[in-house]
Design a protein around this ligand. Sequence first.
Ligand code: KE4
Length: 430
Amino acid sequence: MPDRQLSAKLFKAAKEVIPGGVNSPVRAFRNVNGDPFFVQRARGCRIWDVDGNEMIDYVGTWGPAILGHAPSAVIEAVHHASKEGLSFGIPNRHEVEMARMIRDYVPSVEKVRMVNSGTEATMSAIRLARGYTGRDKIVKFEGCYHGHVDSLLVAAGSGALTFGQPDSAGVPADLAKLTLTVPFNRPEIIEEVFEKHGHEIAALIVEPIPANAGLIFPKEGFLQLLRDLTTKHGTVLIFDEVMTGFRLARGGVQERVGITPDLTAMGKVIGGGLPVGAFGGKAEIMDMLAPDGPVYQAGTLSGNPLALAAGITQLKEMERLDGWNRLEEIGQMFEDGVRETLRELGRDLTLNRIGSMFCLFFTEEAITNVDDVKKSDFEAFRKFFWAALDRGVYFAPSQYEAGFISLAHGVGDIEKTTEVTKEALKIALA
Ligand code: KE4
């Protein structure tokens, strides 16, 4: 059992001055009924906690660390940029280079605006869609998370087709009522929604491959149905690719599935670990933004030179290293190891993996939406999480999160992970 005394001391101190002791709730390990460790440093696919325990990391700071932690090229780029200044609040050349790269990687993005988080990206995209269409209502899917935007922290209303109620304190009921939350992968329900309300709906926002309820694959034709319905009713289709963008393909999920959204929310990978988000899409829509258009959106640190130097370098490194193909190879190795282990244990748990993202569900049922995830054995998941962590492998501390593989995960790391996963599964499933 690793010694985590310094983490415990730090967590106690943190709780006195930070709500819940964390700056973001998932870090509190509430879903695994334990206290978090405190990180000391990270490099490659490994992290070390303040007590010196070393772990193989499959969270990767929730997506940005696609090359692994602290890649030398990114550190060098940030260091070099910092010599010219830390922040300007003045147009700078990094902004033009990043915008051009994003447009090149994601052809549906004719124009793009940089922001400082995924939340800002989705919040701005929603406001823009409302300004562009003159409509107020929006549609999102249960289990999809788009950041802590008031309009998107909304649970399904009483009936599947009634508009929403707040999913968080502090969200006005009158605002939540404008958001309709429906089950993912249920074509008949989304068709009925548009039949009834299509003319009122400004935007439909979706994670094209939901990764905030584990990892859920859209049924054949479901994303195309969303594209057809939104086109037919003049609704803005927003792909939230904050997590999947620049990771599941060079051009994100929209490149994999060949579906073109009207707007895309982006983040994580394009920040190289520094605070960055972005939203972009059709020029006709984007040109509605101030200062040209009537939709206001702004940010002191938007286009920050250090964050963009990090993101630009990270993307260039992915190109140089043929990163997306390499991630598929490593991801396949990871998947083969886990599936072999499940076969040996005679347990057919559901493992969803695409590219460098995965989720092992503690259920043998197919996972089509978050209702299926809720049937997982959460106690077994918790035992698995802690057994793996105690043996040096850090998986996401929640059954509702996806795992992330980086270019820094080598064959040896995957082999160790497979061994640890086997031990942890034996304990969890005993
Ligand atoms: P941020 O505001 O946290 O940068 O991004 C919000 C966001 C938007 N869209 C998607 C699809 C996202 O996954 C996220 C944030 N992802 C979570 C991880 N599941 C961030 C972890 C956290 O909240 O601490």
